[in-house]
Design a protein around this ligand. Structure first.
Ligand code: TYC
Length: 254
């Protein structure tokens, strides 16, 4: 069974789902405009409920954590990181692992660096620590959501309505493009050496959104990281290859 609720965290009401009763608490951190429901159904279902207590949260302005309307100030990843950490404290977990997909992986990296005593282990996939010119090109090529495939677009339009989705996605593209003004396009490059927990970086070799130099940089800059590549994986490898992904992550978290 999955329990749902809202908790007041840093001045906003954050929606979360919680399942399982194991000793090892895990927070699932969704991607851009993502939510527990759109991004993590196979993990909420499939992760071992005897070993783990699994929490998925909707970051502020995403999913069912509305209001507020979502915005993208230059510290939006840090804000999501503080929110996720504070939500786990509020739910009574002081020591937990983080699983972050894409933007959620960036958030998880920042959270692990900011709060090393609270984070046991970290898994990130489809994530990047900086924005290159190549990334900017990819972002702009996906800005127009009317060109997305039906399969990618429909869950988002159902969650948000077509207009909020279109506008918020475009605001996200502007938001993430801001980082190109930083040295090396950094989002969180300088924090990576402070990620001290064991870290698993997963990468889909067929991911069209995140070029493979990104996981390489994470591997090089995070002191205790290993990389697992999935040959057939694309950006949504945890959905498409859920059983393989869940097994991999559970073995790492043991
Ligand atoms: N970061 C996005 C997410 O969190 C995915 C994404 C990556 C989108 C690259 C566009 O060019 C892009 N799901």
């Amino acid at each position: 069974a999955v329990k749902t609720g809202k908790e007041s965290v840093n001045g906003v009401d954050l929606y979360y789902q919680q399942t399982g009763g194991g000793d090892h608490a895990v927070l699932l951190m969704p991607g851009a405009l993502g939510s527990g429901e759109t991004d993590f159904e196979p993990q909420l279902k499939g992760l071992d409920k005897k070993r783990f207590t699994v929490v998925a949260f909707d970051p502020r302005g995403y999913g069912k954590s509305q209001p507020p309307l979502r915005d993208f100030p230059s510290d939006f990843f840090h804000r999501d990181a503080r929110d996720g950490l504070q939500l786990m404290q509020t739910l009574g977990f002081s020591h937990f692992s983080l699983l972050g997909w894409s933007d959620g992986g960036i958030t998880a990296l920042i959270a692990a660096a900011l709060s090393p005593t609270n984070v046991r282990k970290l898994v990130v996939w489809g994530s990047n620590a900086y924005v290159s010119q190549e990334d900017l090109g990819i972002y702009n090529s996906v800005r127009d959501v009317s060109r997305w495939s039906e399969r990618m677009r429909r869950p988002m339009e159902e969650m948000y309505g077509a207009e909020y989705f279109r506008n918020t996605w475009s605001a996200w593209v502007d938001g993430i493009s801001q980082f190109t003004h930083n040295p090396q396009g950094s989002i969180c490059l300088e924090l990576l050496p402070q990620v001290s927990c064991p870290t698993l970086v997963v990468h889909g070799q067929k991911d069209p959104m995140v070029p493979s130099f990104h996981p390489q940089v994470l591997l090089q800059q995070i002191p205790n990281a290993r990389l697992h590549e999935m040959a057939e994986g694309k950006h949504n490898l945890h959905l498409r290859f859920a059983d393989e992904f869940n097994r991999l992550v559970q073995a790492f978290l043991l």
